[in-house]
Design a protein around this ligand. Structure first.
Ligand SMILES: Cc1ncc(COP(=O)(O)O)c(C=O)c1O
Length: 384
């Protein structure tokens, strides 16, 4: 069938979650307009408290985006020029940008090819006397092992700063994303598991002093009105209206994450027979604690067609997909000054060529998943 006669299966569709909330969202916007507390209003404080509690930590500080949560949060944790900070090579570039903005030296390490999460053995080998922190990224909605991270950090006196931008309310080994270390950064970019109607982010922490510092940094480095104590201050505040939207969505998060996890289980079972044709889903090592921000498969060398061809074939069947991410951080032109070469992080590089993210969002139907898997099957059995 030609793609024009097929109904599109979008990569992400937010209409299903927005439709039942529309009236409440519009009423909230009206109330904010009438109250006039557009910046750092009541909804921001309420949502900060609620979100920190949902993450099983103590303080939340709403900022303009997830990148700022990382940059300002690390600064508040004391990270500065001369420090080394470890992070995975296969993450969204914002993790690296956030670290670089503190003036610290980013130290990239490779990942586990089965989960795509940071390889903690590689991280341990990269530690030097200057290493101050590790930034694990809970990629695709799955947490890096909290117990292993905590043990590593204890052995080497490192700060853990979680990049939890893709892992709202994820769990592993009894821990919630955002509750493991000194602080964590979240993004509320619209397509995230918890997303606003625009940019937004939050720093969460169990430490009052870290929260206080980020509160100041997000507001021009002021500790009180027109009194500025930190030259690293910026204007990066979570909008009151965005906080209001996020507050309305937060009570649905458990159900929405559960729906994602169930869709992933359905995908896994449907895709399992394709293993003999070289299609392998990323490994879930955290069961129902994996919140599947993304559902990612690997198109391995055993597959009759490569990843790009499969993506084109799915597109021809009106199925949108994504690649997260096509170029690992160490090969991005912006960071050539770090001096890395192709071959430095072989697993991250191999993944960047093999991974394909399939449609995944609460509201995706099992029939749509069946159609995605059937289209993969068709592409493999009748390669163009
Ligand atoms: C892993 C990761 N870190 C950081 C960010 C940055 O968040 P934001 O886009 O809100 O700045 C994102 C999302 O874009 C992300 O996926």
């Amino acid at each position: 069938m030609s793609s024009s006669s097929l109904e599109l299966i979008p990569f992400v569709d937010l209409s299903w979650q927005h439709r039942p909330l529309k009236a409440d969202i519009l009423a909230m916007v009206k109330a904010v307009m009438e109250k006039g507390d557009c910046v750092l209003g009541q909804k921001v404080t309420e949502f900060e408290t609620a979100f920190a509690a949902a993450c099983q930590t103590d303080y939340g500080v709403g900022v303009g985006c997830g990148t700022d949560a990382i940059a300002l949060g690390l600064r508040a944790c004391g990270i500065t020029a001369g420090d080394e900070v470890i992070l995975p090579a296969n993450t969204f570039i914002a993790t690296l940008i956030g670290i670089v903005r503190t003036g610290a030296t980013p130290i990239l390490v490779d990942c586990d090819p089965q989960t795509a999460l940071i390889d903690l053995d590689a991280a341990e080998r990269a530690i030097t006397p200057r290493t101050k922190a590790i930034v694990p990224v809970h990629l695709y909605g799955q947490m890096v092992s909290p117990t292993a991270l905590i043990a590593l950090a204890k052995r080497h006196h490192l700060i853990i700063f979680e990049d939890a931008a893709q892992a709202h309310l994820a769990q592993r080994e009894g821990y919630r994303a955002g509750s493991i270390g000194m602080a964590a950064g979240f993004s509320f970019y619209p397509s995230k598991n918890l997303g606003g109607l625009g940019d937004g982010g939050m720093l969460v922490t169990p430490q009052e002093a870290v929260a206080q510092t980020v509160r100041s940094l997000r507001n021009y480095g002021a500790t009180r009105k027109y009194f500025h104590t930190d030259p690293g201050g910026v204007n990066s505040r979570l909008d009151t209206i965005q906080a209001g939207v996020l507050q309305l969505k937060l009570p649905h998060m458990e159900a929405w994450n559960q729906a994602r996890n169930q869709l992933a289980q359905y995908y896994d079972a449907a895709i399992a027979p394709l293993a003999q044709k070289g299609i392998v889903p990323m490994t879930n090592v955290s069961g129902t604690g994996h919140v599947y921000h993304l559902y990612v498969i690997k198109v391995t060398a055993d597959c009759p067609i490569d990843r790009n061809l499969l993506q084109t074939a799915l597109n021809a069947q009106a199925i949108q997909t994504g690649i997260h991410y096509p170029i690992p951080c160490h090969l991005q032109p912006a960071f050539s000054s770090l001096g890395h070469q192709p071959g430095n992080f072989p697993y991250s590089e191999a993944l960047s060529q093999e991974i394909l993210s399939l449609p995944m969002y609460p509201g995706l139907t099992l029939e749509q998943v069946d159609r995605v898997v059937a289209a993969i099957h068709f592409a493999l059995t009748s390669p163009v």
